[in-house]
Design a protein around this ligand. Structure first.
Ligand code: GTP
Ligand code: MG
Length: 435
């Protein structure tokens, strides 16, 4: 049975050869246990020593740098020991073997160190999410966003709303107390105005920050159009590898092929799709259906054409950039403003197309600090608004205040601990062992 008070250990660096590997141990027995297998364990908190790890039989496992953190001043808030050893497989395996034999400690579950940190109030929920996002960040924008969240910017903003709402609640309570006496006439209007302002503030956050989730998950760019127009050649060009089959036979691509590309720090998921024409068989039909679905979901669609007159066939496509490829062999380049000329063979126009994609996906709100980056945040904010809207319809003050209480509960779910047991497992399932 997994217990919260167990002392846990795990390799916190990836397995495989490296200069150093770090093992963490957290819990009340961490210090005692490591002392038993150490030549010179640090005695003062937050200090490191050059320390040999030695088995019971006197076998030296490795020479390490061992750091001791005393509760509550550690990542988990518990006593912790961090051991930096040489990152060879045999060293790591020997160390883990020694640990496995001892009954006082057990291997940590995925995310268990961070979970303890959360449970010991070292991190709030948005910061836990930020740690997961930092570990998974692949691009500069993802790093910046996760870092801002780890700094507490999202929590700060939502706590502001929380305190504004508690203020409203206090005013309503005052009204209930006043009920039999003469009411201050403008108090109710004042409360309604406060609620209106808070709702607008939340709407504002929701609309301004719709890009936060995209930065975390990646923007979707569909590569669609007629067959044989050079879609697969384009995805291969921008991916720098042959991920899609290219041939001069129309209808080559059937499945959607994804490639993740970092455009100036922006995470972008390109999807090469089946060319659109009157299908020849069931498999092609399924491919074309998929291609249409992707184009509906996409933040941008690169529409590849054989000739400019085909634009009319794609009138209903959202956020399109029309493209004619094979510029290197076309006798008459397209001069229509709406169409971008490129060549996947000699790279003509590719760089400026990627720049254009960058500018269309990003916008001026990107540098703002308070990004909401997950569906969970959006849901909490929407639910808060829902209760605020509901409260406006209430005549009875008791019921009115109940709606405000529910709104307060929703907003505090973004960073807090109430009513979130069910979502903790979802959040921590993103973590790896040792984090
Ligand atoms: N010269 C030249 N040929 C190209 C270029 N792009 C693609 N081609 C050729 O055009 C043909 C079709 O290219 P693909 O990339 O397979 O076209 P597609 O749009 O993916 O085709 P489907 O998957 O059938 O819809 C191949 O013979 C490519 O070599 C280009 O920029 N210049
Ligand atoms: Mg193709």
């Amino acid at each position: 049975m997994v217990k919260k008070q167990d002392t846990i250990y795990a390799l916190s660096t990836p397995p495989g050869k490296s200069a150093i590997a770090v093992v963490r141990i957290s819990g009340s027995k961490a210090l005692d246990y490591i002392k038993k297998i150490s030549s010179s364990m640090p005695t003062k908190p937050n200090t490191s020593t050059l320390n040999k790890l030695i088995t019971k039989t006197g076998d030296v496992i490795d020479q390490t740098i061992t750091t001791y953190y005393k509760a509550p001043k550690s990542f988990t808030g518990e006593d912790m020991v961090e051991i930096s050893m040489h990152g060879g497989n045999a060293v790591i395996n020997k160390f883990i073997d020694v640990f496995k034999k001892n009954k006082k400690t057990r291997l940590a579950e995925p995310g268990e160190f961070t979970r303890r940190s959360f449970e010991n109030n070292k991190l709030d929920l948005t910061q836990v999410e930020a740690i997961s996002d930092l570990v998974n960040a692949e691009t500069e924008y993802q790093r910046k966003q996760a870092h801002s969240q780890l700094e507490g910017n999202l929590t700060l903003k939502t706590k502001e709303i929380y305190s504004e709402l508690t203020n409203v609640l206090a005013n309503i309570e005052a009204m209930i107390d006043f009920a039999d006496e003469e009411l201050p006439t403008d108090l109710l209007n004042n409360i309604k105005e406060q609620i209106e302002n808070i709702s607008n503030e939340i709407y504002n956050i929701l609309s301004k920050n719709s890009k936060g989730r995209k930065i975390r998950e990646g923007f979707i760019v569909g590569i669609i159009g007629k067959t044989n127009t050079g879609k697969s050649s384009f995805i291969n060009n921008v991916s720098n590898q042959e991920i899609a089959i290219v041939s001069n036979k129309p209808g080559t691509t059937r499945d959607a092929i994804e490639s993740y590309i970092d455009i100036r720090g922006l995470p972008v998921r390109f999807f090469d799709t089946a060319g659109i024409r009157k299908h020849r068989n069931t498999v092609e039909k399924i491919g074309i259906k998929k291609s249409k679905e992707i184009s509906k979901e996409a933040d941008l669609n690169l529409v590849f054409l054989n000739k400019s007159s085909e634009i009319d066939d794609f009138k209903n496509v959202s956020n399109p950039i029309f493209i004619q490829s094979k510029y290197d062999i076309r006798k008459k380049p397209t001069t229509i403003n709406d169409i971008t000329n490129i060549s996947s063979k000699n790279n003509y126009g590719i760089k400026s197309l990627l720049n254009r994609i960058f500018h269309q996906l990003s916008d001026k709100n990107f540098t703002e600090n308070t990004y909401i980056s997950r569906e969970r945040h959006i849901e909490c904010l929407k639910n808060t608004i829902k209760y605020l809207e509901k409260s406006k319809q209430k005549k009875n003050y008791d019921v009115f205040s109940e709606d405000i209480r529910l709104a307060i509960k929703e907003i505090s779910k973004i960073y807090g601990k109430t009513d979130i047991e069910n979502i903790l497992d979802i959040i921590f399932s993103d973590f790896c062992i040792g984090k």
